[in-house]
Design a protein around this ligand. Structure first.
Ligand code: A2R
Length: 320
């Protein structure tokens, strides 16, 4: 099998390259001109706002499966830059789909990676969320991802293209940006252990329940959907078992090398926090046999160790 991963320099991309390559796939991957791809694969520079460049790469690489990861993926940036977010996530996706439609190779499967955020303000009692649950996005990022999925369904139906839509719930692991909760807690703990800050961890709402999956499980789901997913279908990708943010915090603190005080920071509390978000993941299990295997504890421990090593390397580079 031959894959082309579009937008591979981000958090998920490196893991997906490794997952596919270790399963024996030939992997090609794209990044923006200012980015680099560290994993071994065929690399190509691509901005998805340029449709001609996408077509050229498709014809050069002739992939069996295209993974479309390229996105403006931050909710907070989406509030500040709504036009840019819509351009990349909606127009960019149309550019990708148009290039696939025009490609010389006709049997290309495309995975469009969307988000659990698309469900948004969910009905009371709607969890676990089935893929058939109505979408009610609560932010610009989520709306653009819902739009991406709708456009994918239209292309699949109208042009009989082989497109699989994914709604990925919270995923985490080493190397994730510290704007996400697991990475944030682990970075703070690593900084405290290194004496870079007081032994006080700053937290937001600890009662919200969210569904977390290790990024290494998530990319395995993407591989299996590339191999076995049903054309035209939408799949939730998640653990299917939400936990409180308190549980994440307690797990992270259980690995800390010293006692740490917990302090609630009002600026980290979101007024509109939805109490519980949890997907139903029976569809992906039925079609591919996939379910999450890596424990939350493992994800948290590995992420904490990542930050410890990163700060150690940073300290060494400063000579501290
Ligand atoms: O925004 P940057 O500079 O971090 O670059 C991102 C890149 N990207 C683009 N690639 C090609 N053409 C563009 N016009 C363009 N704009 C942005 O896509 C970044 O390197 C990559 C997306 O990676 P992350 O933001 O790290 O997302 P992650 O966590 O890897 O998630 C993969 C997918 C995304 O579609 C998410 O929205 C979804 O999974 O949950």
């Amino acid at each position: 099998m031959k894959a082309l991963i579009i937008g591979a320099a981000g958090f998920v991309g490196a893991y997906l390259i490794r997952e596919l390559a270790s399963a024996g796939w030939e992997v090609h991957a794209t990044c923006l001109p200012n980015e680099t791809i560290t994993e071994k694969c065929g690399t190509h520079v691509l901005d998805i706002m340029n449709g001609d460049d996408i077509s050229q790469i498709f014809d050069e690489t002739a992939p069996d499966v295209v993974y479309h990861l390229a996105a403006q993926s931050s909710v907070s940036v989406s509030w500040k830059k709504p036009q840019l977010t819509a351009e990349i996530n909606v127009i960019g996706t149309i550019n990708v789909l148009e290039a696939i439609r025009a490609a010389e190779k006709k049997d290309i499967r495309t995975l469009l990676i969307g988000s659990g955020e698309e469900y948004g303000y969910i009905r009371k009692g709607a969890c676990p969320l089935k893929e058939s649950e109505p979408l009610n996005p609560g932010n610009i990022y989520a709306a653009t991802k819902a739009c991406q999925g709708m456009i994918g369904e239209i292309y699949a139906r109208a042009y009989k293209m082989d497109i699989v839509m994914v709604r990925a719930f919270n995923h985490s692991g080493p190397r994730q940006s510290d704007i996400f909760v697991i990475s944030d807690f682990c970075k703070q703990i690593a900084e405290i252990e290194k004496g870079m800050r007081e032994p006080v961890i700053s937290v937001g709402n600890l009662t919200a329940m969210r569904d977390f999956t290790d990024v290494r499980d998530v990319v395995r789901a993407y591989r299996l959907l590339g191999e076995k997913g049903r054309s035209g279908a939408v799949y939730n990708v998640g653990r299917g078992r939400a936990v409180t943010i308190q549980f994440i915090l307690d797990t992270a603190l259980s690995f800390a090398e010293l006692p740490i005080e917990v302090k609630q920071d009002p600026s980290r509390m979101r007024a509109s926090d939805i109490p519980l978000i949890e997907p139903d993941v029976s569809l992906i299990f039925a079609d591919t046999g996939w379910c999450a295997e890596i424990s939350m504890e493992q994800t948290v421990e590995d992420t904490l160790n990542y930050w410890r090593e990163k700060l150690m390397a940073y300290g060494l580079s400063l000579g501290t």
